[in-house]
Design a protein around this ligand. Structure first.
Ligand SMILES: [Zn+2]
Length: 211
């Protein structure tokens, strides 16, 4: 385990550890067996089984769908979270920046005040996020986040802070839940709720963010 993960929930780290394939001493395999091993490893990777990936952002860890804790980020002087967005009208792309602490407090307070009435389902404003205004063509509410097809490169923290996780497909949200040991079945409002709560828990493991 890398030291960066000390702020993360120990049970998550532990279960990721357990789900890793056991390290076997490498016997000198005949060429055919070696090739088979490579194929097996490749197909595992394409199924998304390997929990380790290169960190796509300084605020992301090397675990799929896991970001660093708020404590880690602040102590490493990471205060601004950026992401790419695209206008549906003019197709222009630009970068949006969020203040980590301000936005997280906003979301945390919203969750604390509404959680009991959510019944583990995402509210309407999470399901249908209000899109941003375009600073290129000046049209209103037409700018959506760029969400990469490569799921391991999704900018989860940016989507959380902008409350734009609802722009993800059900499949992308299920990917998040799959790699963070959450239930991953159900309708979009259920999986989206778990994604919001799960990301908040990653940022603030001691916070009131249990499903
Ligand atoms: Zn535009």
């Amino acid at each position: 385990m890398e030291e960066d993960n000390k702020g993360l929930d120990l049970s998550l780290s532990l279960s990721s550890e357990l789900s890793s394939p056991p390290q076997q001493p490498p016997p000198p395999p005949p060429p055919f067996a070696a090739a088979q091993q490579i194929v097996r490893r490749r197909s595992k990777a394409s199924e998304g089984k390997d929990p380790h990936v290169p960190a796509a952002f300084v605020w992301a860890t090397t675990h799929r769908a896991k970001v660093h804790s708020l404590e880690y980020l602040i102590s490493n002087d990471i205060h601004k979270i950026t992401g790419d967005v695209e206008c549906k009208q003019c197709q222009g792309q630009f970068v949006v920046e969020y203040d980590l602490r301000t936005k997280f407090i906003e979301i945390g307070l919203f969750i604390c005040s509404k959680k009991n009435n959510m019944h583990q389902r995402a509210p309407k404003q999470w399901l249908n996020p209000q899109l941003l205004d375009c600073k290129i063509c000046q049209q209103k509410q037409c700018v959506k986040p760029v969400i990469l097809k490569e799921k391991k490169s999704i900018n989860w923290l940016f989507l959380l802070l902008g409350q734009m996780l609802g722009c993800c497909t059900l499949e992308q949200l299920k990917y998040f839940c799959e790699h963070t040991d959450n239930h991953r079945t159900g309708a979009k409002n259920r999986v989206l709720y778990l994604t919001y709560i799960g990301l908040c828990k990653q940022l603030d493991p001691m916070g009131p963010f249990d499903p």
